[in-house]
Design a protein around this ligand. Structure first.
Ligand SMILES: *Cc1c(COP(=O)(O)O)cnc(C)c1O
Length: 394
């Protein structure tokens, strides 16, 4: 008989009872080092006092009011995100997929409003991940996610990642914009080349397109800057955020320049839960921590330390791990064994990780990890590699 909880995930047989910092504890008291952070989401780790207090205090005051009224917590958070980014305006919603839906709608509507209703198509990239709604599995384009759900939603074209010639060849009179992850997360921690991003921006300028960045995974400090696009000199017109923005509280945001944002006039787009007082209290608390003086500098130091340790791991265990990818604390180990084997063995050692495309094992610790946490993770990965080497020798 089917489980009461729909069987659409294959879950490890562990349930966590509580957490502290980068650690999670099951009901038997066994502890796990959380280098998955709920898929790059628990950015402040577990039980962060500032986040816990902000959520508890707001919950006691008022949890939900709807967008029929002003929400001061949302106004504050939007102003802070605008001040810290390329954007002029912010729309809050609840998930990465929903933010990307809004991104695509805003691009299409802004094209239509400027006299180009025929420009409805979005160019996306092979290896991308944009979410699980009907439109976003079409934007993602992965046949595995599309199978069984009928004809893909119209309006998405796919070209190889980091290939400007293919991108330019795919632009037609119906192209509204381009949607790209600065670093593909689910796709296997594959970074867009600086040259490629510049080329996207040039194509945007030349053909009157909008450039959209999906920073659902890369944003909110994950790569060592608040947003991954800030490592380059290329700014988007519009950008989606989710995962880490609420420190684990469900929340997402769409940030845009005025020329795109103004297309979403009253009645054109909406959400019941988005931008509520509780989510925005969480978002503000997360920003307090990430934007605090020196926070990202310290995180980058620890990330460099971890990165160096992973390089040594690869040097010692080339038969298991062949390469380190990524930036900041968005890291991937390219595996020579099936990444699911590495993930399962790491779990046995007490380390939580996340598999990704291209046979990569993702390491996405909370942004608040310490050097001591890194040392423990590296030791567990070393044991993981040893166990997998022995397994292979059998
Ligand atoms: C996780 C993810 C999404 C989807 O976010 P959900 O909150 O699961 O809808 C979209 N884009 C990227 C880059 C992601 O990593």
């Amino acid at each position: 008989m089917i489980s009461a909880l729909m069987p659409n995930f294959s879950r490890a047989d562990i349930a966590f009872a509580h957490g502290q910092g980068a650690w999670l504890f099951d009901a038997h008291g066994r502890r796990y080092l959380d280098f998955g952070a709920g898929i790059a989401t628990s950015s402040l780790g577990h039980g962060h006092p500032h986040l816990v207090k902000a959520i508890a205090e707001q919950a006691a005051k008022v949890i939900h009011v709807s967008n029929l009224y002003r929400v001061p917590q949302a106004e504050t958070l939007a102003a802070r995100l605008v001040a810290a980014s390329f954007a002029d305006s912010v729309f809050f919603c609840n998930s990465g997929a929903e933010a990307n839906e809004g991104l695509v709608k805003a691009m299409r509507k802004a094209q239509s409003d400027s006299g180009h209703p025929e420009r409805t198509r979005i160019i996306c990239f092979e290896g991308a991940f944009h979410g699980r709604t009907l439109a976003m599995i079409s934007a993602t384009g992965n046949p595995k996610y599309l199978a069984g759900f009928g004809k893909p939603v119209e309006g998405f074209d796919h070209v190889p990642f980091n290939n400007l010639n293919a991108l330019r060849a795919a632009i037609t009179a119906e192209t509204a914009g381009i949607l790209v992850e600065p670093i593909q997360g689910e796709g296997g921690i594959r970074a867009a080349d600086e040259e490629f991003l510049r080329g996207l921006r040039a194509a945007r300028d030349e053909f009157g397109l909008f450039l959209g960045f999906d920073e659902v995974q890369t944003g909110m400090g994950r790569t060592g800057k608040l947003f991954a696009y800030q490592w380059s000199d290329v700014e988007p017109d519009i950008m989606s955020l989710a995962k880490g923005i609420g420190g684990g509280f469900p929340m997402a945001a769409l940030l845009a320049k005025e020329h795109v944002a103004r297309a979403l006039v009253p009645g054109s787009h909406g959400t019941t839960f988005g931008g509520g007082p509780l989510a925005c209290a969480a978002g503000n608390a997360v920003l307090d921590v990430i934007l605090a003086d020196g926070f990202l500098d310290q995180m980058n130091e620890i990330a460099a330390y971890l990165h160096a340790g992973l390089k040594q791991l690869v040097a010692r265990h080339g038969g298991v791990f062949t390469d380190v990818r990524g930036k900041g604390l968005l890291l991937g180990l390219k595996c020579a064994v099936p990444n699911s084997d590495a993930q399962n063995e790491a779990l046995r050692q007490g380390l939580l990780t996340v598999a990704a495309g291209e046979n990569v094992l993702r390491l996405l610790p909370p942004l608040v990890i310490t050097r001591a946490d890194c040392d423990e993770a590296l030791a567990m990965l070393d044991k993981t590699a040893q166990a997998l080497t022995m397994e292979a020798a059998k």
